[in-house]
Design a protein around this ligand. Sequence first.
Ligand SMILES: Cc1cc2nc3c(=O)[nH]c(=O)nc-3n(C[C@H](O)[C@H](O)[C@H](O)COP(=O)(O)OP(=O)(O)OC[C@H]3O[C@@H](n4cnc5c(N)ncnc54)[C@H](O)[C@@H]3O)c2cc1C
Length: 479
Amino acid sequence: MPDDEPTTYDAVVLGTGSGGKLAAIELARQGRSVLAVEAGRFGGECPYVACVPAKSLLLSARAGLTWDQAVARRDEATSGRDDSGSLRSLTDEGVAVLRGRGRLAGRHNGGHQVVVDPGEQGERGEQVVSAQVVVLAPGSAPVRSPIEGLDSVPTWTSDQALSAADQPARLLILGGGAVGCELAQAFALLGTNVTVVELADRLLPGETPWVGAMVADVLRDNGVHLHLAAKAVRAESVDAGRALRLELADGQNIEADRLLVAGGRAPNSSGLGLDALDVALEDTGAVPVDARCRVVDRSGAPIQGLYAVGDVTAASSFTHSANYQARIVAADVAGPGHDADYRAIPRAVYLYPTVFCVGLTPAQAAEGGHETTTAAFDVTDTERAALVAMATPPPAKLRLPGRVELVADARTGVLLGASCVGPEADSWGAELALAVRARLDVHLLSEHVRAFPTWSEAIYPAACTLASTLARGPAGKPG
Ligand SMILES: Cc1cc2nc3c(=O)[nH]c(=O)nc-3n(C[C@H](O)[C@H](O)[C@H](O)COP(=O)(O)OP(=O)(O)OC[C@H]3O[C@@H](n4cnc5c(N)ncnc54)[C@H](O)[C@@H]3O)c2cc1C
């Protein structure tokens, strides 16, 4: 073999977050030689600066811990942001690892060539490797808001907020999506004076309106100040740069010690070498993929051996969807594979009470051409809620509102979506995700037996209401 021949693997994975790490492991378990390349921390965002520290802070805050106690637990949960455990979980599976930033560098022997730049952390120069299969899994990064003066004031990204040692007395959060709401509740319950500014007229604008309204009530109860339908226009530093003032379009000014920019994330799709393969990024910056997570070129044709998973595809930006896509890739590489089905990817926001939504909202269902029917039930009317309220009254600042709403196709009786707010809704709502995925007739949902006294009993009355208005379809025959 000539000296300049690249080292060859069966598969190379660029980025080892939720999607890339699982793809590498699944491919190695198929007996393939796999190289995982990581530009930052092995393990990606979720365990160190996203899901895990956010949930840790929320649980500590809810349990009444102090900031210092909560930070100690957060740092324990994230292993102090030391990625050696994640790295080991790859090497234990036989995956070769390389620190550096990878990019595609043309075709090689029917596969792909990848150049890895070690950046500042590497002693060696660029390395060139090749593989028949390359999986792009570089994740996403926070979007910087185009607000005048933002660069001159003390800001945080969510990564920085979730790594911070010091607690700001006043925190201003720009963005009332899942990240903004979770961090608002966590910081507020830990004693920070929190203000949220959201451009839309409600929190969690992607969900059906009552969900955002309920969350707004909860956050206000937690002491959070909300500015909805509010546009931030200018930021300036005050108090010799130790604080900031944000001006809203309606002329109001808000002062805070720190501004957390939580206005969304964009795919890390630049610099991957996709131009040479005639791949046109989507308007969102996402790498275009087909239902097998194969990267497609400008004509829509899949590029042999090239896949993308996780936030970079913007298909659905969650750890569980990145994991799902990794399994889709592994199945396709092994053959014959199957298409991804994103209809029932759960959308959870880990507040207290928790938000858990799946499938279509009533508005999305109507836009999709469905004639819809909906029914709802108040979670606080379950026996479980009564028992919890009697046995363990929640702390004064925590309320227990809750509701489940089901949306079905009025012609077929098939469940299209569900929105749940309630304690542990992320657990008891899971049956609704399966029901949406299985295109379940709501009659079956109404006949399904749930244990007493569980929160999931709230689903029963809503399903019965729906079933009573619908003719029984073939899928709804009792078993
Ligand atoms: C505050 C917060 C809380 C969240 N909470 C949840 C939650 O509770 N549940 C949930 O399901 N989701 C949650 N998410 C979303 C979740 O974190 C992401 O969807 C998930 O991490 C995406 O995984 P990924 O595989 O796309 O990549 P990432 O985890 O983003 O990892 C990508 C990795 O690729 C590396 N990389 C980038 N470019 C290259 C390159 N060219 N070569 C080599 N390496 C490269 C990066 O350094 C990074 O380590 C949260 C997100 C945030 C911000």
